[in-house]
Design a protein around this ligand. Structure first.
Ligand code: NOJ
Length: 571
């Protein structure tokens, strides 16, 4: 990894020299904004870039280092913007390119970096290349930029192979030729409106290098790479055979996921990123079968970070957590990359709800169930303090700092997840974590948009008490817990990037580790209190803890950060 001398957007905030050496991303806290659900400036019920821009001071105050924006590009929104029709245009629903530029300017002025989503595995079926490929018929040269194939069966009536779409149904859709007769099929690992690019075609690779440069020139600090493990398919698109279902963390040797060829693409992208000042980064959404395979995406000449989906799906028990944390650190250490940690995003059940669910299987697309909200929040807060004490970089998802639960009772008619009606797909329950977040007030849309306005998904009546305004200044609130944790993380060097975690002996049910000898984290992962000798001075607790005696009882599902040493703080 390069430790360049760079202009550091946070320098102004800290009063540091702008040429300080920095690898800002190695321990960065990166906050995911799902633009359509963050802040709506014009009252159309859908969040937008000006709305986000007006809320940047909130994010600075929260204490995050960077913001990652889910797609805001021109798109028919068949998959909430992950179906891009034009990679260089802002969809009017979100604003304009001038808004994007202004957003970047404001964010940088506030010391916040901005990462944007890049969707290279597939485009929208409304992308110019695909529209022309269809309109021009079987002879169109543009068809070679996607995967068009004749069907099987006497009349070509069967899909070219047996691959299922992740969203359910076959991964192929048959086209109709300009003369009205049934034609070839095209591949889409996701919705039919999301045709997969053929990355063997040089025009595709060229186009994406240009897109990278376009946004880098505009000033973005990096990219989150959607379906980073999917770009390269096995030659000949062979059948899956007996394996006709996808399990995201069990893709094994798959003909379309985690193929070795993807790494050449990322090497070429890394060279582009490194041409720009300021340590521009890329983070892979790469579902690979093992953490070692994930680590391959972040070798020194490839991308910078990869999401740790193994951790996201880890059960709430000491042995499993410890094993996955160890495996994550080991795998990333091998390639010199920081580990990343995340509990929630726009594809999974919010962790306030999910951590109390006991079902097995893939974490993505898991069907949410109602849980006890008090117990759910208690565990979520404990999990967050654990996450923020781990070495490496942390990803937060908008609204988790408010302790928002998953919305489990959205009526079918408001749901927009394209997989919802394709019942055999892995996803389909992703709307419940995408409900617009509450900012203030007693009535929906709770300051998400102008008073009396709508929100594209209905917000629960109970969210008035979870709004930013309702929690601000209340030391017991989840918002203030996040602010305190992020401030401590920023102030305490041992919580920074260094790979310095040491496990400590602990009674059953308690996870205990130290960071660089100066912060100790104890997590009670059981349903009952655990009594221990007080390990030092408490820095922060995820819930109420009686700290008055020489012994301390850590309540169920509670995390405490300590300065190890004598309880009064002297070491
Ligand atoms: C992963 C994204 O996070 C998800 O929201 C999207 O549906 C798929 N990739 C397809 O782009």
């Amino acid at each position: 990894m390069t430790d360049q001398l760079t202009a550091d957007p946070t320098a102004e905030r800290d009063g540091a020299a702008s040429t300080a050496p920095t690898s800002w991303w190695r321990d960065a806290v990166i906050y995911q904004v799902y633009p359509r659900s963050f802040a709506d400036s014009d009252g159309d019920g859908i969040g937008d870039l000006p709305g986000l821009r007006s809320r940047l001071p909130y994010l600075r105050e929260l204490g995050v280092d960077a913001v990652w924006l889910s797609p805001f590009y021109a798109s028919p929104q068949a998959d909430a913007g992950y179906d891009v029709a034009d990679y260089r245009t802002v969809d009017p629903m979100f604003g304009t390119l001038a808004d994007a530029r202004a957003l970047l300017g404001d964010a940088h002025d506030l010391g916040l970096r901005v990462i944007v989503d890049l969707v290279p595995n597939h485009s929208s079926d409304q992308h110019e290349w695909f529209r022309r490929a269809i309109a021009e018929g079987p002879g169109s040269a543009l068809r070679a930029r996607y995967h068009f194939r004749p069907g099987r069966g006497a009349g070509g009536e069967l899909p070219p192979n047996d691959w299922p779409s992740i969203f359910g149904g076959p991964a192929w859709t048959r086209t109709t030729d300009p003369d009205g007769t049934p034609g070839d099929w095209y591949l889409h690992l996701f919705a039919p409106q999301q045709p997969d690019f053929n990355w063997d075609h040089p025009a595709v690779a060229d186009e994406f290098r240009t897109i990278l440069r376009f946004w880098l020139d505009l000033g973005v600090d990096g990219f989150r790479i959607d379906v980073a493990h999917g770009l390269v398919k096995a030659e000949g698109l062979p059948d899956l055979g007996a394996r006709t279902e996808w399990h995201l963390l069990d893709v094994g040797v798959s003909p379309c996921f985690d193929r070795d060829g993807v790494h050449d693409i990322y090497r070429s992208w890394r060279r582009i990123l490194d041409e720009y000042p300021g340590e521009r980064i890329a983070v892979a959404e790469a579902w690979a079968p093992t953490l070692d395979r994930v680590a391959d995406y972040v070798r020194p000449d490839e991308l910078h970070q990869a999401f740790n989906f193994s951790y996201l799906g880890t059960a709430w028990d000491v042995a499993t957590q410890r094993r996955v944390i160890d495996e994550s650190l080991r795998a990333m250490r091998r390639v010199g990359a920081p580990a990343t940690w995340t509990l929630s995003n726009h594809d999974v059940v919010r962790h306030t709800t999910r951590l109390l669910q006991t079902d097995e299987g893939d974490v993505a697309g898991r069907r949410p169930v109602e849980v006890d909200p008090v117990a759910g929040l208690r565990r979520a807060r404990a999990a967050t303090l654990l996450l923020l004490a781990l070495p490496g970089s942390a990803y937060l998802y908008q609204g988790e700092e408010l302790g928002l639960p998953e919305v489990v009772d959205l009526p079918p008619e408001v749901r927009q997840d394209p997989a919802f009606h394709r019942a055999t797909g892995q996803d389909g329950y992703r709307d419940g974590c995408r409900v617009p977040i509450p900012w203030a007030g007693e009535k929906a849309p709770y300051g998400f948009g102008p008073e009396g306005g709508a929100s594209w998904l209905p917000q629960p009546a109970s969210w008035a008490r979870l709004s930013v305004a309702a929690q601000q200044g209340d030391p017991a609130s989840t918002l203030e817990l996040y602010r305190a944790a992020l401030a401590l993380r920023r102030a305490e060097p041992a919580l920074g990037a260094a790979d310095n975690l040491r496990w400590c002996e602990a009674p059953a049910g308690l996870l205990v580790f130290e960071r660089g000898g100066s912060v100790r984290c104890t997590v009670n992962m059981t349903d009952a209190p655990i009594r221990i000798a007080r390990p030092g001075q408490a820095l922060l607790t995820s819930g109420p803890v009686d700290l008055s005696g020489p012994e301390v009882e850590i309540p169920a599902d509670t995390t405490v950060w300590w300065v190890p040493g004598s309880p009064d703080g002297a070491s």
